[in-house]
Design a protein around this ligand. Sequence first.
Ligand code: NDP
Length: 444
Amino acid sequence: MSYVDEVLARVKEKNAAEPEFLQAVEEVLNSLRPAIEANEEKFKKEALLERICEPERQIKFRVPWVDDNGQVQVNTGYRVQFNSAIGPYKGGLRLHPSVNLGIIKFLGFEQIFKNSLTGLPIGGGKGGSDFDPKGKSDREVMAFCQSFMTELCKYIGADTDVPAGDIGTGAREIGYMFGQYKRIRGLYEGVLTGKGLTYGGSLARTEATGYGLLYITNELFKDHGDTLEGKTIAVSGAGNVAIYAIQKAHQLGAKVVTCSDSTGWIYDPEGIDVELLKEVKEVKRARLTEYAAAKPSAEYHEGRGVWAVKCDIALPCATQNELLIDDAKQLVANGCKAVCEGANMPTTIDATEYLQENGVWFIGGKAANAGGVATSALEMSQNSERLSWTFEEVDSKLQGIMANIYKNISDAAKRYGFEGNYVVGANIAGFEKVAEAMIAQGVC
Ligand code: NDP
């Protein structure tokens, strides 16, 4: 049995109740085979894969808070500090009822390689809670965030672990959490990213993941002698990543004709109106039915269905496992040329393989959505310098970082004989730096 297979078997046995985590480990380790097999004896002696699959620390805690009726509610909080070989733990906080330890571990594991790919000194971590901010009053959200941070603040800090936003954690939640951290720890420091602009946030952080996704998609097309001009794009999601992906796609001359939320989706052949979408989702926090009601050219459909729309490029930007094998078949049948993931692990393993086997260029989330965390790292730099850079400065650094990521993943894939396989390229390029740093730091 090869070293990769041995470790995979052990990880499966140890984490049997965590399917998302197993899915992520399987995907990463399988694609690392060429790099591992080239140094199998050394990595095995170092137990490098066993170490990389085991979080350095995982924290689980009670989050009690009082709702507007005076009723005490209890949620569970998590922070998984996965790997600090190349820098302080860095990764978002997800607030969604589906959150459990396995999901946080999968996200934290993926974050290690993504953060490494950015070329910036940040380790991998992730956290969150099964709290659902949807339908809660601002006071209830604040009560939850303050209680969550009262415990979390013991384990984080500007030089140890710097959380950020994710699903359900936007500017409002980050603000309440930052306030509570400062109050308890008495420190005004860059402990969270995604902060508001008046208290240490970075310009362009809000836009960064969506913009970064389009910058790397643009690099991909350029590399194949094509452009985004005139392309039709299907996007899923209607949150932070989706909104700014749509905005940048339009700026680059493409037309985005779909978006979705957790109950339905929109087909708008005239192109999604970003300002209207922002009004519906960011201001009113309403359903997409309101978008359709305000835009005569738009059709609203219940359930899922975005991937059935004919497109040149598909950008899944909602959540994990939202692009399934049948969706992949539909995309291929419709002549889709590229799938680039804005969300984390939105495409299942069989769907990814089907797309790749059928010649669709596929860039996984680790590389394609790394613009968010990269800009978070730029926010950390600005906080350390006590300076704020202009939007243009941050945006141009982001463009450089995404171009660099594309080059690195493309080169790594070529180096191991997998030209055009950007999943293998991303995992190997991300892994190499972390592996070297872990070995250099001894057994820890
Ligand atoms: P948001 O909470 O802003 O938006 C998420 C969107 O996805 C919403 O439209 C939501 O619908 C929809 N959605 C959430 N859960 C489900 C589900 N189970 N089924 C169908 N639709 C769902 O999150 P973000 O845009 O920030 O994040 C989206 C993805 O991108 C996540 O995978 C996240 O981890 C990843 N990501 C985000 C980064 C960032 O900087 N924000 C950075 C890197 C990755 P509804 O409106 O109904 O809630």
